[in-house]
Structure formats: C-alpha cells, structure tokens
Design a protein around this ligand. Sequence first.
Ligand code: HMG
Ligand code: MG
Length: 302
Amino acid sequence: MLPSRVTLVDVGPRDGLQNEKQPVAAEHKIELVHRLQSAGLREIEVTSFVSPKWVPQMADNAQVMAGLRRRAGVRYSVLVPNLKGLEAALQPARDGWPDEVVVFGAASEAFSQKNINCSIAESIERFAPVVAAAREAGIKVRGAISCALACPYEGEVSPDRVEQVVRLMQGIGVQHVGVADTIGVGTPRRVQAAMERALKHYPLAEVSGHFHDTYGQALANIYACLELGVHCFDASVAGLGGCPYAKGATGNVATEDVVFLLHGLGIETGIDLDALVDTAAFVSGVLGRKPVSCVANAVLAK
Ligand code: HMG
Ligand code: MG
C-alpha cells in the first residue's frame, strides 16, 4: 500500500538557485520562500552556509535568513559543510536560527573531493562536531548522500557504498538521511536497492529521496520509493537546480510535477497546486525563462 500522506521539502531556494549563473537578489529569494510557505510547503531548504568562494550564489545566506517572515509549523533548513558554517548559521539570536541543518556527504570519493574538498572519511570527521553542536543546540540534523546511484567522475555507485555512508552518518548521530541521485541517472529498481540500504539503518520517517530529473526518471523513482513506504522527498519548484560540482546535473524534479502525481494517487501533501504553479511562474519570471516543469507549463498554457 502506498503512503496516504507525503512530505515534500522544497529545496528550490538552495539547490535550485545555487547554480544560477545570473545573480538572484536576496529579496527575490525571500519572496520565493514566502510564496512556497503560502502554497502549503511545510519544509523549505532556504540557503547554505558554505564558502562564498565555492558557491557565490549563496553568499547572501545570512541576509536571506534574516529576511524571512516565519510561519508557525514551517521547518526552515540550511546546508552546513563544517563548524564554520554552523557557527554562521547560529550567529543571529535564536529566533533567526534554522530549524534543521543538513550535512552533505557523498557515496563517491571523487565527488566528495570535488564538492567539499575532502575524502568521505574526512567529511565524516568534519561533520561529527557539527552534528554534536547542532543537536546540543536543539537543531535537527539531516544528512544528504550525493551520488547514491552514480557519480559524474566514477560512474555507477553500488548500494554497498551507499550503505557504508549511511552507517557512518548514523554513527555520528545524523537523524535523517536523504538518498540523492545527483546526476539523475537512477532507474526505479536501482533506486529501491539504494533506498533499502538506508532503510536497514533508519526508520521510514527518517529516510527521504532527492532526485534530479536529468534523464526523466525522477517521477518513476519517486513512485518506486512510495512502493517501499518512503514518504518524504525533496523537490524544487519550477524544476530549478543543479549542482555546481556535478557537470551536466540539471534540475531537481519539479515540486509541482510531484504534487500532481501524488494528488492523482490520492496522496495528501497539504500543498495547493495552483499556488505552487504561480510560485513556479514567479521564480521563472525572475530568472527570465519558462519553468522546467511539465505541470507548470501545462497549467500556464491554459
Ligand atoms: P576548503 O577550501 O577545503 O575549506 O573548502 P577551508 O576550510 O580550507 O577554507 C577555505 C576558505 O573558505 C577560508 O577562507 C575559509 O574561511 C572559508 P579564506 O581564509 O581563504 O578567506 N570557509 C567558509 N566560508 C564561509 N562558510 C563556510 C566556510 N568554510 C570555509 N562554511 C568547503 C571546503 C566545504 C568549505 C568548500 O568545499 C565548500 O564550501 N563546498 C560547498 C560546495 C557546495 O555547496 N556544493 C553544493 C551543495 S551539495 C549539492 O548540491 C548536492 C545535494 O543537493 C544533493 C544532491 O543533489 O546530490 C545536497
Ligand atoms: Mg541536489
């Protein structure tokens, strides 16, 4: 039986905008978050506290966090790669803090080096004090495992390697793991095999899927995860996204496409599809292009 309710985390403001060539003003990022929460999103990945030399688009992280009009019941998360990032995220008074931080590792050594400039083992050593300090401060910690299906530098990645990283993350106290198909080449059975390894170590409610739609497989992969009972997915409004360190990685699966699928299956999301499509039109307008989403384009063409 498929889950009756699914939680979607909109990662558009972070994963979506981190790779944009053109600058996006902080006020537009803030408005994007506000529109997402008005559309019913209850989990939003707002920004990342990473090195501005590595990802200049996220250099306005503090400004964006400070500009949020927070809504009760919404969980705001940010990426942090190290203690410096966590300290910066916790710089303002407590009501300016994120509710959740995301440490991000990889199931591929080459990608770990390219993305965060260290090996997998070193990344875990680096994350351990971040996890401890965040939890001590009462902040939930999610772990993202990039390249869980394949790596742009190393090729196919086996479920064994995914499980190794899952166990390492569990060992340092990460409370939730996200299995990420960074370059969007996964297909349903392979995705299930990777997910099953995460589910060996984490409960259903603490495993999520993060799919890029590069090869058009994301919705099929989400359906395959639903079959396993997984009920939390990252998605990105208007299909924004890509990773600066994964050449050829196009956008995340569009939130509105996932919502259309889920509602069609009778699965609740709490999201208003029309408001979400308006949000996709808004952010696409800011970027001067059409949404990369079948549903947004179909609805907007009516
Ligand atoms: P490094 O160069 O090895 O770090 O980078 P370092 O400790 O040697 O520091 C170098 C400089 O960066 C220093 O400044 C530090 O102060 C500064 P300098 O002395 O040269 O002026 N620095 C920082 N500044 C601000 N915030 C920080 C920070 N840390 C160091 N937190 C580092 C290592 C991890 C910092 C770097 O590699 C980095 O920032 N990487 C982030 C890459 C990234 O954001 N990638 C995209 C997100 S992951 C993703 O999109 C995948 C995902 O969506 C899932 C999927 O799809 O697979 C999650
Ligand atoms: Mg991503």
